[in-house]
Design a protein around this ligand. Structure first.
Ligand code: 76R
Length: 254
């Protein structure tokens, strides 16, 4: 058997994607719309403030195109907390105007393809590296930002089977991947979360950027990295923009 990398896990993630029933929304009387906006803002503010758990982060995004209108992203310490957050949205008057078209469940992950010092003894690595790992396991979400979310897997074809490769070979490819990624320092923030055992692909990738072209550029450039070119398989892409809960009214009016 090829050797799996060591991993460490942090917060669990739920990407909750919803369409708005615009016909029902337009037909609804003012007082129902007002209640939906009020309860929606209250829900989003409370969850962004993580009033429902000890720690975590949440954010809401408007999504372009037909696949969804809204994406609510939650990171929480447990799957149970995510489940509670998901159900609480359904119970709001806003939830009644939405349909959950898809969703994605995962857990933030770092893997030991590089140095294994952190995995052998987290105390042995320097504070800067620990902060770096901590930021991956317990990410924040930039405020005024574009987002791209997509699930992906590593291929398991007879010719290209990632899970059959020697550790060394995978490690070399991941390090080349990391080098490409470093070229986007300051432009792209990525959250990599494993969905093995939780959802249909193996990872959920969430990219944040001030400039959406940087999202296009990194995904395109990485297609030429050996690891993505030979072993990457991708699900659907969702692109959107974060908005503050107080702007829910404007989102629904628009
Ligand atoms: O060196 C390090 O500390 C980290 C190196 C690193 C790992 C191990 C790294 C760096 N990534 C790692 C793991 Mn990544 N990443 C993606 C995508 O669309 C595509 O083709 C791929 C989607 C992007 C855009 C991205 C960005 N990465 C992973 C894994 C787990 C693989 C496994 O365990 O087999 C996946 C699925 C994945 C996918 N990666 C970086 C980036 C960026 C910007 C970096 C460098 C900056 C940084 O480390 O913060």
């Amino acid at each position: 058997m090829a050797e799996p990398p060591q991993t460490d896990e942090g917060w669990f993630a739920l990407h909750d994607l919803r369409t708005v029933d615009w016909d029902a929304w337009r037909d609804a009387p003012d007082h129902e719309q007002d209640r939906a906006v009020r309860e929606g803002i209250d829900y989003l503010q409370r969850h962004e403030a993580v009033a429902d758990a000890d720690e975590g982060v949440s954010a809401v995004f408007s999504v372009l195109g037909h696949k969804a209108d809204l994406m609510v992203v939650h990171f929480r310490p447990t799957l149970d907390a995510l489940s509670t957050a998901e159900r609480a949205f359904d119970r709001t008057a806003l939830g009644g105007f939405t349909e959950q078209t898809t969703s994605y469940v995962s857990v933030t992950e770092v893997s030991g393809y590089g140095s294994t010092d952190y995995f052998d003894d987290p105390e042995s690595v320097d504070a800067g590296y620990r902060r770096y790992v901590e930021g991956k396991l317990h990410p924040d979400i930039p405020e005024d930002t574009y987002v791209s979310f997509y699930p992906m897997s590593k291929r398991r074809d007879p010719e290209y089977n990632w899970y059959d490769l020697d550790f060394e070979e995978r490690s070399d490819m991941m390090s080349a991947h990391g080098e490409t990624g470093k070229g986007y320092a300051g432009k792209i923030k990525q959250v990599i979360a494993s969905s093995v055992g939780f959802d249909d692909y193996e990872w959920g990738v969430t990219l944040f950027a001030d400039d959406p072209t940087d999202i296009k550029d990194i995904v395109y450039e990485m297609r030429f990295d050996e690891v993505s070119a030979k072993y990457g398989e991708f699900g659907q892409f969702y692109v959107g923009r974060r908005f503050p809960p107080e702007d829910l009214d404007a989102f629904l009016a628009g």
